[in-house]
Ligand binder design. Structure first.
Ligand code: PLP
Length: 284
């Protein structure tokens, strides 16, 4: 693979970042994941807007313009011959030359790393036809989940707990309500109404979430943005999650209880179709 590090395109084995980089020592870094279908980038502008918000929230000056990022994304997709897959982008506060809790001087250059992951058939994942099983796991993450930082240890632990319990993913719960999945936003459907938690510091503001809710409203579906419990989700007609890499993924079982009849429902199916069709059309 060819990867990107601070302006250079290098074989992955030749790519180097300092051990003092605060991304490595302190998870002082943010990231984005953009999907690639047919060699084109999905929702690129949305991901760039969120990158700006994440960097602003941490007072890291964005070292590159959106055009620079676009050029680098395209270069990596090209050099790695990605038809379907992902581009991962990470910006860290960089390398102060030593370990210190205080931020380094403002003129310290951030570190920018990008790489691709090939995912042949990404849009035709068999799981979209059978749906995911999820389990509730207490949400023990920090209080600024709206910033897309690389502090992913707890979601990773929750994913392992889900696997150990025979599920595909965890739905994180706080004060009795679902916040989101380990790496996706969570939804239920009841009586044709789509319910998903409202935006706040408690969840990541999903780029796929924004697109899917817009398409749902355009298709005259009713959307309610409010918290819901695992018990309410188990009683729902349908459930699903959204993310840049899973698109719209149906959820058919929650804590061992089937959702509806335990098969993929019509609302999730339709939203997945609309999302894939519209975002392919708008891909750049
Ligand atoms: N929530 C969390 C915690 C995530 O990590 C992600 C994606 O990585 C999402 C939601 C979905 O966001 P997006 O649709 O922008 O991929």
């Amino acid at each position: 693979r060819t990867v990107y590090v601070n302006g250079d395109y290098l074989p992955e084995d030749a790519a180097r970042v300092s051990i003092f980089d605060r991304g490595f020592l302190m998870a002082d870094a943010v990231y984005e994941v953009v999907s690639v279908l047919d060699g084109r980038l999905l929702d690129f502008d949305g991901h760039m807007a969120r990158l700006d918000r994440s960097l602003d929230a941490l007072a890291i000056a964005n070292p590159l313009s959106h055009d620079d990022y676009l050029a680098a994304h395209r270069e990596l997709v090209d050099r790695n011959a990605i038809t379907d897959g992902l581009v991962y982008l990470q910006v860290t506060r960089g390398n102060p030359g030593d370990r210190d809790f205080a931020y380094p001087p403002e003129d310290t250059p951030p570190t920018v790393v990008m790489f691709t992951q090939a995912k042949p058939g990404l849009a035709d994942a068999p799981a979209a036809r059978t749906g995911w099983k999820v389990v509730g796991v207490e949400d023990l993450r920090w209080g600024r989940r709206d910033i897309k930082t690389v502090q992913l240890l707890y979601p990773s632990m929750a994913k392992m707990e889900a696997r150990a319990r025979g599920a595909d993913d965890a739905w994180l719960t706080e004060a009795g309500h679902v916040t989101e999945g380990t790496s996706n936003n969570a939804y239920i459907v009841r009586g044709g109404v789509i319910v998903t938690r409202e935006l706040s510091r408690d969840i990541l503001h999903g780029i796929t979430r924004a697109a899917v809710l817009r398409f749902a409203r355009e298709a005259q579906m009713t959307v309610e943005e409010r918290p819901f419990t695992i018990a309410e989700a188990q009683q729902a007609d349908e459930a699903f999650v959204t993310s840049a890499s899973a698109f719209v993924m149906p959820v058919v079982e929650i804590d061992g209880k089937k959702v509806g009849d335990g098969t993929v429902g019509p609302v999730a199916t339709r939203l997945r179709e609309i999302y894939l069709e519209e975002s392919r059309k708008a891909a750049i």
